[in-house]
Each structure stands twice: as structure tokens, then as C-alpha cells.
Ligand binder design. Structure first.
Ligand code: CO
Ligand code: CO
Ligand code: CO
Length: 304
């Protein structure tokens, strides 16, 4: 699997029972705390391997740091990354740094998977139910944090959500067996769902009142604290999305909000959905049954 299906990672089959999952991701700091930034960047990079159903094994740092950035800050960013990779039972085996005006950090990750177990983002089936494994609102909260508008509780919720590995959710979905999966990152829930719907040639219907969202993001959205990326995401797909009057605007804003290290969006056969929800019961993050998959309709996405 390569670049043609806009999936989360590429997969290269080595033998009948082993394939490599390869991915790379890096970005500029989302928070002022260098150790947390390192953890978030690593959790985000590892997530694309989990989204394919893979188990991360090896990681390499990719970093850009300004010449005058204190060595201790660099050490903390790299330590944050290393600690998350360790938590994922994988190893940091090297990397490369170049000088740049703005710091950037992330990982190239190699994971293992059995070729038959690969979960793509383009195999959702009509009749499936959709489960989201982390709450939305991270881009809005990060924007609010930069403006000093977020409470300590809101900050802590955003941080614990972004630093959380998608490993628990991945293990749950692999145990149950699911049809399709992607992780929710820069394009927001609607953008990544649109890719799943188009790739699978189905329509996805969301239940807007059942979407897990970090409470404080809703009040920030009502105040208009919404990152430009959320508008770009909506603009990109608006011709393919039908939004019912019943859906609250602040929920729609959170659904198009770009997520940093967001959760997995999983499409699971209806008969297995209860098993998956059971497996997720001890999830470290809020999760929810957020929608269903139907035969293709006039719109790729319907929000009710
Ligand atoms: Co992804
Ligand atoms: Co990615
Ligand atoms: Co080198």
C-alpha cells in the first residue's frame, strides 16, 4: 500500500506473515512545555501505525531546532519523545537534526503487522457503526491556551488527551476485528471521515449529540475561538456534507477542528460494536458511538 489511497501509513509486505508499516510525522510546538511537546509529537507519530492496526517497533527522531535554543529544552523534547516510544514498547534508534528558525519535532516510525490484519481507511461497509476513541476540541483548546483563555482543568484534559497513545484503542479494535480505521488529526473528524467515506464509496451519518468533546472547547467555540484550520477543513468538504438544523454550530466547529494526536475513528460491523465498546470500557480517554455507515447517498457525510 502506498500513496494512492491517502491512508495513514504505507505497508510493505516482507513475507506471508510479516509486513512493515512505515510513517513519518512532525510539527511545530503546540504547547510551551518542551517535555509535553515531545510526548505529544511522538504519540501523534505513533498513531498512524496504530491506525493501520500495526505494532510500533522502531522510531527515528526528525528535528529542527534554532541555533540559540537552550540545550536543556532540546533534551526535554527528545526525552518526551523517547518516553512515549518506550511506553509504546518500541525503540528510538537514531535520527537527524537540522538548524531552523522554528522548532519542529516528530518521528519516523516502523511497525510490524501480519499482512492479513492490515486495517485501511477505505473499507467501511454499509451497516457498520462508527466509534471515536478520543474527545474532540484539541485545536480549539490549543488556540485558547495560547490566548490564556483556558482553565487549568481544560488544559489538563487537553494535555492528557494529546499525550495518550492510541495503543489501548488499537489493541481493542484488533481483538474484536473491524472493517476500517483512521486517526483523527489535521483534517478534523469530518475531513478524515470524508476520506473514509469516499475511499469506501459509502455515506457516513454522524449523530452530533453523541460526539465526545472536551466540554471547554464548546464554550470556546461559542466565543469564536476557532483555529483557521477548522474553517479550511470545512471549506474543503462543504459540498459533500449535509448538516441538519438539529446540529449545534459549536459541535460542528469541533467536528471540523484540526486535532493534534487525536483518537481513532473505527468502522465496525454492527454485530461486533457492542464487543468493541466493551473492550473500550477501561479506555484512558472518553470515547463514543458517533455514527453509522450507509449505502452511498447524495452526500458523503450527513450530520444530524
Ligand atoms: Co493519520
Ligand atoms: Co500523519
Ligand atoms: Co545524519
Amino acid at each position: 500500500m502506498g500513496m494512492t489511497t491517502s491512508d495513514d501509513a504505507s505497508v510493505y509486505k516482507i513475507s506471508e506473515d510479516l509486513a512493515l508499516v512505515q510513517t513519518l510525522d512532525f510539527f511545530t510546538p503546540v504547547l510551551d512545555d518542551p517535555y509535553l511537546y515531545g510526548q505529544i509529537a511522538a504519540a501523534n507519530s505513533l498513531s498512524d501505525v496504530y491506525a493501520m492496526g500495526g505494532e510500533p517497533k522502531l522510531a527515528m527522531n526528525i528535528a529542527c531546532f534554532p541555533k540559540d535554543l537552550p540545550k536543556d529544552i532540546i533534551r526535554q523534547i527528545l526525552k518526551g519523545g523517547r518516553d512515549k516510544v518506550k511506553e509504546a514498547n518500541a525503540l528510538v534508534i537514531g535520527g537527524h537534526t537540522v538548524e531552523d528558525e522554528e522548532p519542529k519535532f516528530g518521528l519516523s516510525v516502523t511497525g510490524f503487522i501480519h499482512p492479513k490484519d492490515v486495517v485501511t481507511n477505505c473499507n467501511a461497509k454499509a451497516g457498520d457503526l462508527l466509534i471515536l476513541t478520543k474527545p474532540l476540541g484539541l485545536g480549539i483548546l490549543n488556540t485558547g491556551i495560547k490566548a490564556g483563555l483556558v482553565s487549568e482543568d481544560g488544559y489538563n484534559r487537553a494535555v492528557s488527551t494529546m499525550t495518550q497513545l492510541n495503543k489501548f484503542s488499537k489493541d481493542a479494535m484488533m481483538k474484536v476485528g473491524v472493517n476500517s480505521c483512521t486517526d483523527v488529526t489535521g483534517f478534523g473528524l469530518l475531513g478524515h471521515a470524508f476520506e473514509m467515506a469516499e475511499g469506501s464509496d459509502v455515506t457516513i451519518r454522524f449523530f452530533s449529540s453523541s460526539i465526545p468533546i472536551i466540554e471547554e472547547a464548546l464554550s470556546l467555540a461559542r466565543m469564536g475561538i476557532i483555529p483557521a484550520g477548522a474553517y479550511r477543513n470545512m471549506d474543503h468538504i462543504k459540498d459533500h456534507v449535509k448538516i441538519s438544523d438539529k446540529a449545534a454550530q459549536e459541535v460542528i466547529d469541533c467536528m471540523s477542528d484540526p486535532q493534534t494526536s487525536g483518537g481513532l475513528l473505527i468502522s465496525v460491523e454492527k454485530s461486533k460494536a457492542e464487543d468493541l465498546l466493551n473492550e473500550l470500557k477501561n479506555s484512558p480517554t472518553p470515547y463514543g458511538l458517533v455514527g453509522e455507515v450507509t449505502e452511498r447517498q447524495d452526500y458523503r457525510i450527513i450530520v444530524e
